[in-house]
Design a protein around this ligand. Structure first.
Ligand code: LLP
Length: 419
């Protein structure tokens, strides 16, 4: 959660009043503060810098807006991409292929061929993928994703490192995987694991680092292969609730690097933060369109639903909300903030103490930059919202609102149905 400036009872983002942004661009609208993106990127990179060389791979599944990718390209970021679509978006945003690491799971041959043609690095998830990749080309820089049997995360859906999950080469097969890669003519450069997302403490990251260091040493002693890059994945959580504490990234960097330096062949540590870099840079602005009292409940009806931001409905996630044009006013009533989708699971926030809301007020939904827009949909035939980038009082549209024509562009009615 960022602290937003309060100007005469108005929330300010990127030097502009949120209510003015809403009036100018319409709602719902995702609004991202460019300076915050740069600050977050630099903070996590700089935490590692004093200890050892670090590669920060922005996990672009969190946010693939081309303008945001441009900002991170300018900052020198690398990319964690999970699909050919993400890879191509990053290439279009100007990333050179060598700064992109493709980490797929259950990758089809079709996608593998496309990935190979792009010349990006490939983080191999299984022995099957290795064999299929070798049939396409061995002129590819590869690393392996191991299933480290260390898992953590804010919800069971996002724990990826536990033994029971579908991800990575099983730990007891990982030496065989490197051996086979060498036999096939690859020269693997690294080892990777990702424990899960929304992790709030340092301990699981230290634990997974120790697993990776152990494997690297075994690879070196058994196969004579010195792996250069140790990639601990992403998953650094953020404080979504006012009472949450931010993870100490300095301690995270210090603790992780102290387990690597001088203890294995790795010269570079790689991390893959998505949420940490982008979540708190963005608010979703949504207008109050309807206020309803049922006797025991007050509903604040807004124009954003789970089509716009699915995390509350999908994971039960908490996103802080504030009335942007009554910013700082004490709470008066408890509301459920609910959207226009025809399902009772359609909520943005539940049981929130807010100042009295009226039609026309603007609600700011915090920390919407990660897995907000990228997980949005056109459910109920509503186009995805506009995205706006703000910086020092300037606002630019970085994605237009989807129109009905955009939604229907790929549809066809067979002529026999036209009579
Ligand atoms: N690296 C890999 C291999 C990943 O699978 C992920 C996330 C990341 C890095 C970045 O994780 P982060 O630093 O953003 O936590 N939709 C969920 C999160 C799913 C994350 C999936 N993988 C959410 O809204 O919380």
């Amino acid at each position: 959660m960022r602290n937003f400036r309060n100007e005469e009872g108005n929330m300010v983002i990127g030097g502009l009043r949120a209510a003015d942004i809403a009036a100018r661009f319409g709602t719902p609208v995702y609004v991202t503060d460019e300076s915050a993106v740069r600050e977050n990127y630099r903070r996590i990179r700089d935490a590692f810098k004093p200890h050892m060389p670090v590669r920060v791979h922005f996990a672009c599944k969190a946010n693939t807006a081309l303008a945001i990718l441009r900002i991170l390209e300018q900052e020198g970021s690398h990319i964690d991409a999970v699909s050919i679509g993400e890879v191509d978006a990053c290439l279009r945003a100007g990333f050179p292929p060598h700064r992109i690491l493709y980490t797929g799971v259950n990758v089809s041959d079709r996608e593998l061929k496309q990935i190979v043609a792009r010349g990006v690095n490939v983080n191999v998830d299984s022995l099957s993928e290795l064999e299929r990749l070798a049939r396409i080309s061995t002129e590819v820089n590869i690393s392996f994703r191991v299933n480290p049997q260390v898992g953590a995360g804010h919800h069971s859906h996002v724990v990826t490192g536990a033994k029971s999950t579908k991800f990575g080469v099983p730990k007891d097969l990982i030496i065989r995987a490197y051996d086979r890669a060498l036999e096939l003519g690859f020269m693997p450069f690294g080892l990777h694991a990702h424990i899960g997302a929304g992790v709030q403490d340092v301990a699981p990251f230290v634990e997974v680092t120790e697993v990776l260091v152990g494997i690297m040493n075994e690879v070196e002693s058994r196969l004579g292969l010195k792996l250069e890059v140790l990639d601990i994945g992403g998953g650094v959580g953020i404080p979504y609730r006012p009472e949450d504490k931010a993870m100490d990234v300095e301690a995270y960097a210090r603790e992780v690097t102290s387990r690597i330096k001088g203890r294995c062949s790795a010269k570079t540590v790689a991390i893959e933060p998505g949420r940490y870099i982008i979540a708190d840079t963005t608010v979703l602005l949504t207008t109050v369109v309807d206020v309803k009292e049922t006797g025991d409940k007050r509903f604040c009806g807004v124009d954003a639903g789970f089509n716009t931001l699915v995390r509350p409905a999908f994971y039960g996630s908490y996103h802080h909300v504030a009335v942007a044009n009554k910013f700082g006013r004490p709470g008066e009533f408890t509301y459920d903030v609910v959207g226009p989708i025809c399902e009772s699971g359609d909520f943005i926030a539940k049981d929130r103490l807010l100042p009295r809301v009226e039609e026309g007020d603007v609600i700011a939904v915090y920390d919407a930059g990660a897995y907000g827009f990228t997980m949005s949909s056109s459910y109920n035939m509503r186009g995805r919202p506009r995205e706006v980038l703000v910086k020092d009082g300037l606002a630019s549209v970085i994605r237009e609102e989807e129109s009905l024509d955009d939604l229907l562009r790929l549809e066809r009615i067979p002529t026999r149905l036209m009579i």
